[in-house]
Design a protein around this ligand. Structure first.
Ligand SMILES: Cc1ncc(COP(=O)(O)O)c(C=O)c1O
Length: 414
């Protein structure tokens, strides 16, 4: 077993002091290197991002914002946050960026806090169609504190039902409209959502947690020119540390900042903010642009091959890193499929399907593309996949093939 994501000395220190935890870290590194990470929300951050995350910036308390902290000794971490903010603004063409949100959910909470009052009506993609927990789930603050109305997707095409969006907006006059999803594989028509929001006097919140990395690489439309507030994660296709980010115009900057701190969060996590700055720097390079386009090319081939193998691919394909599909024609439901695939070393999620009660499968190509896999590997994965689900390929044999495939594309070479 080898650990390639942290300086060896750090692992040695942990091994000496806490062998139990060291074994867990080593085991997870091994799992990530010998199985296929097809969870659409995951990726492999670069060694530079991981170095910032594991740095001594983690020791620093820094409530407030650069130049205006509640704690002393923030001169140096202030530089990191300023760089992160400037890089995010430049990358996405935003007038303002808040890089303190601890996660995608924290970013959405802060966006609501900035724009809404408890009890306000919000129109968002319904959870059965790919809305996130923060888009009105009764188990989440969003569903408890706001009055959510859900729009859906067309049962046949799987595409967002734009007419329904407009009709519901006219009927319910929401204070905000949310566009964004955990599983929608197509580009979102931000201009359309802007038009509807303007018609009914609503704020437009784009929850671009998934596509934001594609936006950075020029492989998906940018919501910034259209939405009042854009919420995002930094750890999916964007390939940064686990965390959130909010982009908005200068007019909402103060409201958004105060909604993050002091309203919904305390001290900023400076090591994560430094790691976000590193990731934004990486995302501004031509290499990342090529990566983002390859992520989409890979997802398209994966979708086409899954369809050729008999799975029903939602919307008939994808524009993004995400593919969702119903494995029912192969005689297996999503949950059973996920278990069988996991046993073969192919790790992915279940998801809701627009046309069926049963669960489907959600694939993402961000992590395997970071490993250097291309279209040929996507075909191989999809064929293996279908073979496992049909029962043509025995699980142990598939596990060996996955191990061999993953071994050829180490996430952290050397
Ligand atoms: C659309 C959307 N919003 C919000 C989130 C929440 O992000 P986090 O898990 O970082 O809280 C996700 C996570 O997958 C997401 O897909």
């Amino acid at each position: 077993m080898s650990v390639t994501h942290a300086p060896e000395s750090a692992v040695d220190v942990l091994r000496r002091q806490d062998p139990e935890l060291a074994e867990i870290l080593l085991g997870e590194a091994d799992r990530q290197s010998t199985t296929l990470q097809l969870i659409a929300a995951e990726n492999f951050s670069s060694p530079a991002v991981l170095a910032a995350l594991g740095s001594r910036l983690a020791n620093k308390y820094a409530e407030g914002y650069p130049g205006s902290r509640y704690h002393g000794g923030c001169e140096i971490v202030d530089l990191a946050e300023r760089i992160a903010v400037e890089r995010a603004k430049a990358l996405f063409g935003a007038e303002h960026a808040n890089v303190q949100a601890h996660s995608g959910s924290s970013a959405v909470l802060a966006a609501y806090a900035a724009l809404l009052r408890p009890g306000d009506t919000v129109l968002a993609l319904g959870l059965p169609y790919g809305g996130h927990l923060t888009h009105g789930s009764p188990a989440n603050f969003s569903g408890r504190w706001f009055d959510f109305v859900g729009y859906g997707v067309d049962a046949e095409t799987g595409l967002i039902d734009h007419d329904q969006v407009r009709t519901l907006a006219r009927t319910h006059r929401p204070k905000a409209i949310v566009c964004g999803s955990i599983a929608y594989p197509r580009h979102i028509d931000y201009a359309y959502f802007r038009e509807v929001a303007d018609e009914v006097g609503a704020y437009l919140i784009a929850d671009a947690a998934h596509p934001i990395g594609l936006v950075a690489g020029g492989a998906a439309p940018n919501p910034v020119p259209y939405a009042d507030v854009v919420c995002a994660t930094t750890h999916k296709v964007l390939r940064g540390p686990r965390g959130g980010m909010i982009l908005c115009g200068a007019d909402l900057a103060e409201r958004v900042d105060r909604a993050v701190f002091p309203f919904t969060q305390g001290g900023a996590q400076m090591h994560t903010i430094a790691a976000k700055a590193v990731a934004f720097g990486e995302a501004a390079t031509p290499a990342f642009t090529a990566y983002a386009h390859q992520v989409v090319a890979n997802a398209r081939v994966l979708a086409a091959t899954l369809a050729a193998e008999g799975l029903v691919v939602t919307t008939g394909g994808t524009d993004t890193h995400l593919v969702t599909a119903d494995p029912a024609p192969l005689g297996v439901d999503g949950r059973t499929a996920r278990g069988r695939l996991a046993a073969a070393g192919m790790v992915l999620d279940c998801c809701a399907l627009p046309h069926a009660d049963a669960r489907g499968l959600r694939f993402g190509t961000a992590a395997v593309t970071t490993q250097g896999m291309g279209e040929a590997e996507m075909v191989r994965i999809a064929v293996l996949f279908a073979g496992v689900l049909r029962g043509d390929v025995e699980s142990q044999k598939a596990r060996e093939e996955v191990r061999e495939l993953a071994g050829g594309f180490p996430p952290y070479p050397g």
